[in-house]
Ligand binder design. Structure first.
Ligand code: SF4
Ligand code: MG
Length: 335
């Protein structure tokens, strides 16, 4: 079966006063129909930039594609003009953000914001779009949708605004829904409700989801597969069981041990000491080397290749590569 989306060797850089920042450094992943892929990492890992680039929302300049491809529907989105992207954004690929207030228009009733896409992409009449809007608000669990549809964002609670944003994003039945920290701004109960909602909606509509989060706890119930990003690279990919029960990358171990336990015992949370690498001057070798308790000489100078541990799990770490002790000097020839 061909993939819905194939991202290959994607690199994105930003020109800044301090020099070029290599935010995304050769990222490869794919997405199947109807699945949820979580991209997990700390802030600055490149996960949001990766997500935004799929919708071509990275401001260019100062951003630029520094290599790679994003193949959707057999076409490379990197090559598309802005005009062509307008036909894809909101129709085939939609996005929801952490803070609905920044992406909802405060001066426009919710219903009108849902209708816009339907009228633009699906040539619906105003009346039909209004009716579809009511259905969508019902789908995302807004009570009294017939009345609520004419209200403004400020008349909704935080959780309801997030639901409304999901309704807008789903209006045109997108193939892919990208959710960037969709629950980070919400309290825990509402968080759980929104994640449930996304799962229900996926069952109903079949949309594939890319979930961007810094929080592995969010991932456990929501995702099928996980890509762990660090320092602009994907350091480990696996299905949810592999990542939670058989992780092989020290950074994934660190993320897992800093996760609150559900059973609530008062074990101390181990945050990973140190800070992420400076991507204006990215490390030559493993991006995690400066913080990794297992770092060896080779790690500093050579980026580990992916070791394929199963059909779904691959990990870039020298601990899994038997050549590690023999690769010492930076100049040594690596094949
Ligand atoms: Fe640690 Fe080396 Fe593995 Fe990087 S490659 S995670 S530094 S052991
Ligand atoms: Mg972010």
């Amino acid at each position: 079966m061909s993939k819905l989306l194939e991202v290959k060797d994607l690199s994105i850089a930003f020109d800044t006063y301090g020099g070029e920042v290599q935010a995304v450094r050769g990222v490869t992943f794919d997405l199947d129909e109807k699945e949820t892929l979580a991209i997990v990492g700390e802030s600055g890992s490149g996960k949001s930039v990766t997500a935004q680039s799929l919708m071509r929302l990275v401001p260019m300049p100062p951003g630029k594609f520094a290599g790679g491809s994003i193949v959707f529907n057999e076409e490379d989105l990197v090559e598309k003009s802005d005009k062509q992207m307008e036909g894809i954004r909101g129709k085939d690929i939609s996005m929801i953000f952490q803070d609905p207030m920044t992406s909802l228009n405060p001066t426009m009733p919710i219903g009108k914001q849902i209708s816009e896409g339907l009228i633009k992409h699906q040539n619906m009449s105003k009346k039909a779009a209004h009716n579809r809007g009511i259905e969508l608000l019902k789908l995302v669990g807004i009570p009294n949708p017939e009345r609520r549809i004419d209200q403004y964002p400020h008349e909704y609670s935080g959780g309801m605004r997030q639901r409304a944003m999901i309704a807008i994003a789903l209006a045109c039945n997108p193939k892919i829904l990208i959710a960037d920290e969709p629950t980070t701004a919400l309290d825990v109960t509402i968080q759980a409700q929104i994640l449930d909602l996304m799962r229900d909606v996926q069952e109903e509509t079949g949309t594939a989801i890319i979930l961007i989060t810094h929080d592995l706890g969010v991932v456990a119930n929501a995702a099928n597969r996980v890509a762990v990003m660090y320092g602009g690279k994907i350091v480990e990919t696996g299905n949810v069981n592999e990542i939670f029960y058989n992780p092989k990358h020290p950074y994934t171990w660190g993320l897992l041990s800093s996760m609150p336990k559900i059973d609530g015992d008062d074990e101390e949370l181990l945050a990973i000491p140190g800070s992420p690498p400076d991507l204006a001057d990215p490390p030559k070798g493993c991006p995690f080397a400066a913080r990794c308790p297992y770092a060896m000489k080779v790690c500093e100078n050579h980026m580990p290749e992916y070791t394929h541990l199963s059909e779904t799990q691959q990990t870039a770490c020298w601990l899994l590569d038997e050549r590690a002790p023999d690769v010492e000097a930076p100049e040594s020839a690596m094949v």
